[in-house]
Design a protein. Structure first.
Length: 41
């Protein structure tokens, strides 16, 4: 769990179509809500 002031860890995610989404670089300077869906338990 991140606490106020913690840096978001750098994550490289492959998205549909083969592109990559690099967090937090994609949202630099903006607010973002990141929700991770684990899938079926």
């Amino acid at each position: 769990m991140l606490k106020p002031g913690d840096k978001f860890p750098r994550l490289e995610l492959e998205v549909v179509g083969g592109d990559k989404l690099v967090l937090p670089d994609e949202f630099a300077g903006n607010w973002a809500y990141i929700m991770v869906y684990r899938g079926h338990w």
